[in-house]
Ligand binder design. Structure first.
Ligand code: TYD
Length: 214
C-alpha cells in the first residue's frame, strides 16, 4: 500500500544493536529535514502494552507457542492502526524497532510453528501494510548475548532466557526470510560500529527513495 511516508523496520537477534542504530539513523534523517517517528512494538499504545506485559512476563513459563504468536500479532495490529498508519499517512518516516519478521523468525522458525503459518496470522493483522525496507542487523548469537550481559540497564525478558540454540535458530530464521524477500530485506553485519551500520542504511535509503520517488 502506498502511503506518502516511508516505513522502515529494524530486525535482528538479541544484542544486535538495533536501539543504538535507530538513534543515529533518526538523527541523520532529521538533519536532512525529514520528519521521523521512532517506535517499537507495543509503542506506548495502552492495549498493546498490556498484551506485551503478558507475553514477556518471566513467570508465564506455561505460555503456549501459538498463544505467544497470536498475542504478538494482536499487539502489532493495535500499534499499526493507532500509531504507524496515521504517521505514514502524514508523510512521516516511521522507524519501527521490530515488526512482522520478528514473529516469523522467533515464533515461526525458532519456536517451530512454521514461517508460513505465522505469516498467515500476521497477514490478517497487518493486511497489506508492510515496511518499504527492513534492515536486518545480523549478529552471531553468542556475541549478541555477551553484549546484552554487559548492558546492565537492559531488562531481561522471557525470550532472552531461551537457550543459545534458540538464538541460533532465530538467526537461521532471519536468513531464510531474507532470502525470500531480497528486495525488502537488507542484511547488515552488526559486528560493525553503529556509525558504519547507519551509513550503510543511509546509502541504501537514498538509493531507494530515488527509485520510489519519495
Ligand atoms: P525487547 O525487550 O523489545 O527486546 P529487543 O531489544 O531484543 O528488541 O523484547 C522483545 C522480545 O520479543 C525479543 O526477545 C524478541 C521477541 N519478539 C518475538 O519473539 N516476536 C515478535 O513478534 C516480536 C515483536 C518480538
Amino acid at each position: 500500500m502506498a502511503y506518502p511516508g516511508l516505513f522502515i523496520s529494524l530486525e535482528g537477534g538479541e544484542g544486535a544493536g538495533k536501539s543504538t542504530s535507530i538513534v543515529l539513523l533518526q538523527r541523520e534523517l532529521e538533519a536532512k529535514g525529514c520528519k521521523v517517528l521512532v517506535t517499537r512494538e507495543p509503542g506506548g499504545i495502552r492495549i498493546a502494552e498490556r498484551i506485551r506485559e503478558v507475553i514477556l512476563n518471566t513467570e508465564y513459563t506455561e505460555m503456549d507457542p501459538h498463544t505467544e504468536a497470536l498475542l504478538y500479532a494482536a499487539a502489532r495490529r493495535q500499534h499499526l492502526v493507532e500509531k504507524v498508519i496515521p504517521a505514514l499517512e502524514n508523510g512521516v518516516i516511521v522507524i519501527s524497532d521490530r515488526f512482522v519478521d520478528s514473529s516469523l523468525a522467533y515464533q515461526g522458525y525458532a519456536r517451530g510453528l512454521g514461517i508460513d503459518a505465522v505469516w498467515e496470522i500476521n497477514h490478517f493483522a497487518v493486511q497489506a501494510v508492510m515496511p518499504d525496507v527492513t534492515y536486518w542487523l545480523d549478529i552471531a548469537p553468542d556475541a549478541g548475548l555477551r553484549r546484552i550481559e554487559a548492558n546492565q540497564l537492559r531488562e531481561v525478558n522471557r525470550l532472552d532466557q531461551e537457550a543459545l540454540s534458540f538464538h541460533y535458530k532465530v538467526q537461521e530464521g532471519y536468513q531464510i526470510i531474507a532470502q525470500r524477500h531480497p528486495d525488502r530485506i537488507v542484511r547488515i553485519d552488526a559486528a560493525q560500529t553503529p556509525e558504519v551500520i547507519v551509513s550503510h542504511m543511509m546509502e541504501n535509503l537514498q538509493q531507494r527513495t530515488r527509485i520510489m520517488g519519495k
